[in-house]
Structures are given as structure tokens and as C-alpha cells.
Design a binder for this molecule. Structure first.
Ligand code: MG
Ligand code: ZN
Length: 174
């Protein structure tokens, strides 16, 4: 059984875009920007023996605000730039009542089956309460990236950015 670090995308490895006080993910390929330091952070996870798997809600697909072509271009860029093992996304909105939209753990469970992951020895890094809840439902350890829009959300650990989260994860190995 393998160990994984599940990475939320927006606010963890890619920039969040503030739309009049409502932060969200890029709606076009041109808006999509990686955060500084994420390439090295993911490489450190890989060197420590973890699978690195992106698990992302992309409800702007269901809302007609983002095309699946642009989403695919963003994820091609991620595959080129970062040493990821997989990218799993939920294209649904609440009304679809799917099992994959976080806070539900469907994306993590699907990845666990596909990659033979030991969830109880795995970690999720996210910037939303829904990431923490999905992680808890899947029995993973949880790390919250601090952001102005998530004050008061509690996780097992807090980190300023992915690099600090990776230090927490790898530090526990020794
Ligand atoms: Mg996020
Ligand atoms: Zn879904």
C-alpha cells in the first residue's frame, strides 16, 4: 500500500482569483498561474516516497463559466511542470449531488482504489473547510493553507504555503 499526499489545486498549487470578494479558480487558461515554490515542494514529496495527486472541485464547468478544453490545458500544464502522479477533478455543482464534490471524499476514494493507497497514512493539503472535511471522511491527516478567507477553519496542521506543508509532512518521517 502506498502513501499519498492529496493536493487541492486552487489556493494550494495555483493562484486563487478574487472576484469581488469571492475567491475562486481560474476561468480561462490565461488566468491560470502556479504559486511560487510548488515545483520544488512536489518534488520533495516525491523524493520522500509519496504519490502526489491533485483533487480539485471545478464547479465552473457545471456552471458554464469554464470550458473543459481550458481545464484540460491547465491540467496539461500541471503535468508538464510538476511531478504529479494524477489529477482528479469534480466538474459538478451542488445540485448534481455527486459523490466526488468535496467535502465528499469520492475523489480520494477513487484515487485510493486506482493507486492502492493507504488512506490512514496519507495527507490532504487544502485551503477550504471542504478539503479538511473530505480528508477527515477518508481518514487522512489534514493540513490547511492559511488564507484570509478560511479563518476559523480547523485542521490537524496549518501551514503558510505548500512548501511549509511539505516540511510538516516530511518532518514527521524522522
Ligand atoms: Mg482550494
Ligand atoms: Zn462530482
Amino acid at each position: 500500500m502506498k502513501r499519498a499526499v492529496f493536493l487541492d489545486r486552487d489556493g494550494v498549487i495555483a493562484e486563487v482569483i478574487d472576484r469581488g470578494g469571492r475567491p475562486g479558480g481560474a476561468r480561462s487558461f490565461d488566468e491560470f498561474k502556479l504559486l511560487p515554490g510548488v515545483r520544488k515542494a512536489v518534488a520533495r514529496l516525491k523524493e520522500a516516497g509519496f504519490l502526489a495527486i491533485v483533487v480539485t472541485n471545478q464547479p465552473d464547468i457545471a456552471r458554464g463559466l469554464l470550458s473543459s478544453q481550458d481545464l484540460e490545458r491547465m491540467h496539461d500544464l500541471l503535468r508538464q511542470e510538476l511531478r504529479l502522479d494524477d489529477i482528479l477533478s469534480c466538474p459538478h455543482d451542488n445540485a448534481d449531488n455527486c459523490s466526488c464534490r468535496k467535502p465528499r471524499p469520492g475523489l480520494l476514494l477513487r484515487a485510493a482504489k486506482k493507486w492502492e493507497i493507504d488512506l490512514a497514512r496519507s495527507v490532504i493539503v487544502g485551503d477550504r473547510e471542504s478539503d479538511v472535511q473530505a480528508g477527515r471522511s477518508a481518514d487522512c491527516e489534514t493540513i490547511l493553507i492559511d488564507a484570509p478567507y478560511n479563518r476559523g477553519v480547523e485542521a490537524d496542521h496549518q501551514a503558510a504555503d505548500l512548501s511549509e506543508a511539505v516540511t510538516i509532512i516530511i518532518g514527521k518521517e524522522h
